[in-house]
Unconditional design. Structure first.
Length: 310
């Protein structure tokens, strides 16, 4: 397949390099020092599953430089989604199927609004990976899973073709006939993990070990389940308790990308996580006091570390 990967960070870099190593024609869209390093030496992924490399010729600086492709993988931060959709619409890749591997439940809606609705497949990924230095991505552990699926019956053949390509590249992947539910299931956990680790400023082991912060974790997730149900998504009312049990199985030092970004003074995806839950709840007339409080507490940090804050 000819595959465009927009965003060559931990997620896009890992999956794109695996696909390139399997013989697919992969083109990354990257920026800054990462772009220049890939141009010089290619993109290297260091993983317990082996080392994968994409060649130097596999990167461009802008979406406008993409040629026709068979599928587009979107792996940028959520605040870049609208810009990506706009650029895709005027590029040579404008008719290709699009699969977002971004966090949350908002990205697919943005893409479906701005591109042809039938282009956008649903998907989620499960992986821990990050840029160690320009041109080098490190994969933590062996988890590297993607679940994808069609929003419409007419997309099933495309979804199956992308799945086969993932399997041929050694990626743990599967399809779902109810991909919207799967996206929300991940979102419930992601909101809980992100909200609590960032608000407590500690990994999940600390959060779950204390009665008050454990209760916060459960209630943040329960509110998110309520918003999903009110939105017409089939989630069981006990799903928050299921995810709380899952949190008890996680390594004690596991944290969230939002907690990491907070600690580094980087911009936060808060408006699409707890802030996004609160905004959706407002439209639906549902109270979500825990998520709203987390969003309010972290609001000064959304654009990065505030001036005057060490």
């Amino acid at each position: 397949m000819r595959i465009a990967v927009i965003g060559a960070g931990g997620v896009g870099g890992y999956f794109g390099a695996r696909l390139a190593a399997a013989g697919n024609e992969v083109t990354f869209v990257a920026r800054g020092a990462h772009l220049e390093a890939i141009r010089r030496s290619g993109l290297v992924v260091s993983s317990p599953l082996g080392e994968f490399r994409a060649p130097p010729a596999s990167v461009v600086a802008n979406i406008s430089e993409l040629g026709p492709v068979d599928v587009v993988l979107v792996a940028v931060k959520l605040w870049d989604t609208e810009d990506v959709a706009g650029q895709l619409r005027s590029s040579a890749a404008r008719t290709a199927p699009v699969l977002s591997l971004q966090n949350g439940v908002h990205a697919d809606g943005i893409l479906r609004d701005r591109l042809a609705d039938e282009q956008v497949l649903g998907g989620v990924c499960f992986i821990s990976a990050f840029i160690r230095e320009p041109g080098v991505v490190v994969h933590n552990g062996t988890l590297q899973r993607i679940v994808l699926g069609p929003y419409r019956d007419a997309q099933k053949a495309t979804s199956d073709a992308v799945l086969a390509t993932f399997h041929d590249a050694g990626i743990d992947a599967e399809t779902s006939d109810d991909i919207e539910r799967v996206v929300w299931e991940k979102f419930v956990f992601l909101v809980g993990l992100s909200a609590t680790t960032a608000a407590v400023r500690a990994p999940i082991g600390v959060v779950r070990a204390h009665e008050e912060s454990r209760r916060l974790l459960r209630e943040v997730m329960a509110e998110t389940v309520a918003v999903a149900q009110a939105s017409g998504v089939r989630l069981d009312s006990g799903f928050a308790d299921d995810r709380l049990d899952f949190c008890d199985t996680l390594p004690a030092d596991m944290t969230s990308s939002m907690h990491h970004d907070l600690e580094q003074g980087n911009r936060l995806e808060l408006p699409w996580l707890s802030g996004g839950v609160a905004d959706l709840a407002d439209r639906l007339g549902i109270p979500v006091p825990r998520n709203r409080t987390v969003a309010d507490i972290l609001a000064p940090y959304v654009m990065g570390r505030p001036a005057g804050h060490a």
